[in-house]
Design a protein around this ligand. Sequence first.
Ligand SMILES: [Zn+2]
Length: 320
Amino acid sequence: MRRFFILLALLLPIYGFSASFAVAAQPVTDAPNTQPVRVLVTTNSLGFLVAEIAASLIENKKLELKVLAAPGRDVHYLDARPSFIAAARRADLLIETGAGVEEGWLPVVVSSAANPAINEGRLGRLRVAEHLTLRQSITVTGPHAGHVHAAGNPHFNIDPLRMALASRVIARRLGDFFPDQRAELIKASFLLEKRLKDAAKKMAAQLIEGQRFIAYHEDVDYLEEWLPVINIGYLEPIPGLPPTSKHLRSLVEQHKGDALDREPKPRVIFAAFNPSQGADFLKNRLGWTTHPVPIEPEQPNWESYLKLMIIWTDAFDKKY
Ligand SMILES: [Zn+2]
């Protein structure tokens, strides 16, 4: 893993990742009598679950929600910014995705914050991936074992069905902080679970079944968990390593028959922050379409997450 980050540090300047970003703006309010429970989450996807489950607590200023990662950023590669550390110092509960996705920066944030309440193993720390069954990463077994995603594919936020399960996990933990509201929180998570499952089912029914796609990274492959689509490969030769010409040429060799094959043609789907050159290479040689998509909601709320589900679904051909 360390080897991966060293390699990454060497590659980042080449691929133009910027080292700075803005913190998602959240209103900070002063409760007149009691301090709110401060919930810090790493992504808008997790923030969306908290915001929906605990809407009334937020409205009544009993819970203050703050999101660290700006939505357009790749959450693997953030920096431990001073503002992150300051937020972690004040947090009562830190909710992270887990499975290593925040490993490059969150441990530094937490250790620098020196806030024992959010240390590993404490009630104030929740690593959601540990409570879910993840997609097995292609790096779990075989020659690439131990590489990034060794703990499984952490990008469950792209699967509304797993997000539904995550909402239960988060509701239970919030219940530990608000024992009097525990039943309401669990109920709210069940309602959210139903909305997520219903929306997923409705969108899946719109698509022509069996459409194939190549992902850039092991993230949007979660689409095949809830849409009737099939992932047939990755532009990255190994998760976390940018596409190489050798790997791209091998993909073209492997799939050039598909261009004359059945319709709809396979396509390339990738996070909008990933470079597009690899996808363009397949587009030029195979005539496939390319689809950069956001992978985090713009805001931590239901509307933004639903919009994201619609964008993902629209990357495929519909029956009507
Ligand atoms: Zn990843």
